[in-house]
Design a protein around this ligand. Structure first.
Ligand SMILES: *[C@@H]1O[C@H](CO)[C@@H](O)[C@H](O)[C@H]1NC(C)=O
Ligand SMILES: *[C@@H]1O[C@H](CO)[C@@H](O)[C@H](O)[C@H]1NC(C)=O
Ligand SMILES: *[C@@H]1O[C@H](CO)[C@@H](O)[C@H](O)[C@H]1NC(C)=O
Ligand SMILES: *[C@@H]1O[C@H](CO)[C@@H](O)[C@H](O)[C@H]1NC(C)=O
Ligand SMILES: *[C@@H]1O[C@H](CO)[C@@H](O)[C@H](O)[C@H]1NC(C)=O
Length: 351
């Protein structure tokens, strides 16, 4: 009974909107020896007897198959009733088309931490999974996004691979894709490949080799993470095209004052802006509605109050709560007295 309760609960939870990698609210559910696995392994398969010997198929949840962390090097056979398949933390090297012929009802397919290479994934391996919503392929050896991924995907995680390029065809038509993790790959350019992802709210392309912001990003993003690339400048009106963007993280890039057009960050709606570990010498002008600004480890020499407030009165003041300026060329004395009027809700200013 416990297993059923756990899964029903997860079905009721909204899609993950966690603000950073590694804080996935579902981690406990599919993590190596999570509770689901534990209870599942106590029970033998009684739902048809077609559970492969190397996996567990809990009778109380007959549409889930647990094969994670068992040293598998090849795909097990998959009974067609399965909707949730856990294959993570193995050493599986290939997904031939033939291995997936029965897997047409899958909704979740967890294959992170295996040894998959792009050459060893069949061109049609995923083609028939018309209901697949979550596909986890993190930490494999992929060099491209597998072809013919189901357009039904809502959550695609393919970080920690060796992907160099993303093309329009890779994700075209994924109208329901909400989360896309591409971080820690070797992407140098992605053109306008993501433009058509009308439902995308979280994009993580940190830890790649980008030298510029991808052109034409999806306009409904809430979270845009581009840390640890080599971006040195931003396009004109870079943030103007988004309607719901709240979190922008660009730490550990090569941004200079010259590379940031004036007013780039003077946009309402933004809650958090992380520009730490760049090469800025001035505090960029930000909207008075911004709440968290990270500028530590730049080369800022001057505390320009005008970057936060142009007018200060009873209703015009900055909503900044966190301001980090440590690791710059500033000290406490550089903060003018009148700052307290402008930055009146800041409870944390670090210099
Ligand atoms: C597909 O299902 C059939 C019938 O249940 C079974 O005999 C076969 O082994 C399965 N194939 C794979 C690759 O899982
Ligand atoms: C995958 O990459 C790892 C680390 O780069 C390497 O040790 C391993 O041999 C690769 N596996 C395959 C199947 O290519
Ligand atoms: C997106 O989700 C809706 C509602 O669940 C569904 O009707 C539609 O077919 C899905 N789109 C794709 C491309 O799968
Ligand atoms: C910042 O944006 C606000 C609202 O759009 C505008 O009123 C203000 O003039 C802008 N600040 C500067 C310095 O351009
Ligand atoms: C800021 O002050 C001006 C002039 O006093 C006023 O017209 C404007 O409404 C104020 N803006 C905000 C956002 O409160």
């Amino acid at each position: 009974m416990r297993v059923v309760i756990i899964f029903l609960l997860s079905a009721l939870l909204p899609l993950s909107l966690s603000h950073g990698r590694g804080r996935d609210p579902f981690a406990w559910l599919y993590g190596g020896r999570g509770q689901g696995y534990y209870f599942a392994s106590l029970q033998a398969d009684t739902a048809g007897g077609d559970c492969p010997a190397e996996c567990d198929c809990p009778p109380t949840f007959p549409v889930a198959m647990y094969c994670d962390g068992r040293g598998l090097t090849a795909m097990p056979s998959i009974p067609s009733r399965m909707k949730y398949l856990y294959l993570q933390n193995n050493a599986i090297t290939a997904v031939p088309d033939s291995a997936m012929v029965n897997a047409t009802n899958l909704v979740w397919l967890m294959m992170h931490h295996n040894q998959l290479t792009s050459d060893a994934i069949g061109k049609k391996a995923f083609l028939k999974m018309e209901n697949l919503e979550r596909l986890y392929l993190q930490h494999n050896n992929l060099t491209i996004i597998p072809s013919n991924l189901p357009r039904s995907l809502r959550d695609l995680r393919i970080s920690g691979n060796k992907i160099e390029k993303v093309t329009v065809g890779d994700v075209e038509g994924m109208d329901n894709l909400t989360i896309l993790y591409l971080h820690d790959n070797a992407i140098t350019d992605m053109g306008a490949s993501l433009k058509a992802l009308v439902s995308l709210t979280l994009l993580d392309i940190s830890g790649n080799k980008l030298t510029k912001v991808p052109e034409a990003l999806p306009t409904h993003l809430h979270q845009l993470y581009m840390e640890s690339n080599s971006i040195d400048s931003l396009p004109e009106n870079f943030l103007g095209g988004f309607s719901q963007l709240q979190y922008v993280r660009m730490a550990h890039n090569q941004l200079t004052d010259k590379g940031i057009p004036p007013n780039t960050f003077n946009v309402t709606g933004l809650v958090e802006l992380d520009l730490s570990f760049n090469k800025l010498e001035r505090i960029p002008l930000v909207s008075t509605t911004l709440q968290h600004l990270y500028l530590q480890a730049n080369q800022i020499k001057e505390f320009s109050l005008g970057s936060f407030c142009s007018i200060v009165d009873i209703s015009n003041f900055s909503k900044l709560r966190t301001l980090r300026l440590d690791g710059n060329e500033l000290s406490r004395q550089d903060i003018p007295m009148e700052s307290s009027l402008c930055l009146r809700v800041a409870h944390e200013i670090e210099v």
